[in-house]
Design a protein around this ligand. Structure first.
Ligand code: ADP
Ligand code: MG
Length: 338
């Protein structure tokens, strides 16, 4: 039999199990941003885990230990935010190179705890080991949400609009500035450069927005953008059994990203913004009738500018709306084995 290489999402499907769960406390298992467990009270328990692997997720000389600690905590908190939940507790498992120095560890701890403080999380345990070569940091986050108000990926319906909780593509541009674009970075306005690099190294999970949206009761599906907008909207569409028409060139693009495009980061900032990963903004759907109220409410109550960017349609697949018509879009984004 010919050898076949699997993509990240095929591998996850293999682990999905053979249907059914042993315990009836499982409200939702594999497939969403968190697993949801019903403990019999008014609030359900949310559980998620995310890895940071050296040379895969970070380069040791392109991130400070403090930022690494912050980011490892932040990306996990973002998955709790993606369910409309409140983050509560973290467990941190670390495999560290032999000879790792105390200053590195202090920085890592301080960054992790600064992020935990910001979002009201207690660090309650973990594990520590030596790594033969590259460092690995794996955090597990616990959160809670009212039992009947957990926002899943699977509720998008035709007639809904898809929104982003903020600008996208900034993190991917920040990564470019830290790697291939390092020589060009000096040509960028320092304020823009800082904004892009910070988006990559110190993501700010949208917990308050997730809670606000869950309280409104209008959102039909939600997740956080980690793999790229098109890919992640593709996940929502598949989970919901729908498709989407995505505003291509009409997508509002952050000025810092436009400037990064001008120095060589990308040819079409809107295209780059739709496929760059690690944005950690919320992506959600709600019926079109509520679009104006949601946009005005988030602006006035949270100071957040929501970005409506796609329309949910019955036909599966993603279509991209451009100046020259509508094209089917291959959901491009991050696949670890792609
Ligand atoms: P996210 O980007 O929100 O963290 P992922 O794309 O990493 O989500 O994972 C999608 C789903 O697959 C999640 O429910 C996650 O828990 C699950 N998952 C990922 N890897 C594995 C694995 N090795 N075994 C079991 N479940 C997994
Ligand atoms: Mg997620």
């Amino acid at each position: 039999m010919a050898e076949r290489r699997l993509g990240e999402f095929e591998i996850i499907d293999m682990f999905r199990g053979r249907g059914g769960h042993r315990h009836d406390w499982v409200q939702h298992g594999i497939g969403d941003d968190c697993a949801v467990l019903d403990l019999g009270g008014e609030r359900s328990l949310l559980v998620t885990t995310d890895l940071m692997v050296e040379r895969v997720h970070y380069l040791r000389d392109a991130i400070t230990p403090w930022q690494l600690g912050w980011k490892a905590m932040a990306v996990n908190i973002s998955d709790i935010a993606a369910m409309g939940g409140t983050p509560r507790a973290a467990f941190a498992a670390a495999a560290l190179q032999p000879g790792v120095d105390a200053a590195f560890l202090e920085g890592l701890r301080d960054g992790m705890l600064a992020c935990a403080d910001r979002y009201g999380v207690d660090l309650l345990g973990g594990d520590t080991s030596r790594a033969p070569q590259d460092g690995v940091l794996c955090l597990t986050l616990l959160g809670t949400a009212p039992r009947d108000r957990v926002l899943l990926r699977s509720g998008a319906r035709p007639g809904d609009v898809a929104f982003l909780g903020g600008p996208v593509g900034l993190s991917a541009a920040g990564l470019w500035l830290l790697t291939q674009g390092a020589e060009q970075a000096g040509r960028l306005d320092p304020a823009h450069r800082d904004r892009l690099v910070k988006a990559h190294l110190e993501p700010q999970p949208q917990v308050e927005l997730g809670l606000w949206l869950a309280e409104r009761g209008l959102v039909t599906s939600m997740m956080d953008v980690s793999d790229g907008v098109l890919q992640d909207l593709g996940h929502i569409c598949r989970a919901s059994g729908v498709g989407a028409l995505v505003a291509g060139e009409a997508l509002p693009v952050d000025r810092a990203l436009v400037q990064a495009g001008a120095i060589g980061c990308c040819e079409q900032p809107w295209r780059f913004a739709l496929s760059g990963g690690e944005d950690y903004v919320l992506l959600f759907t709600a019926p079109a009738d509520h679009q104006d109220a949601l946009v005005a409410g988030a602006r006035h109550e949270l100071g957040i500018e929501l970005i409506p960017f796609a329309w949910i349609e019955p036909e599966p697949g993603l279509r991209l709306f451009g100046a020259d018509g509508i094209h089917s879009a291959r959901p491009r984004g991050w696949d670890h084995f792609g």
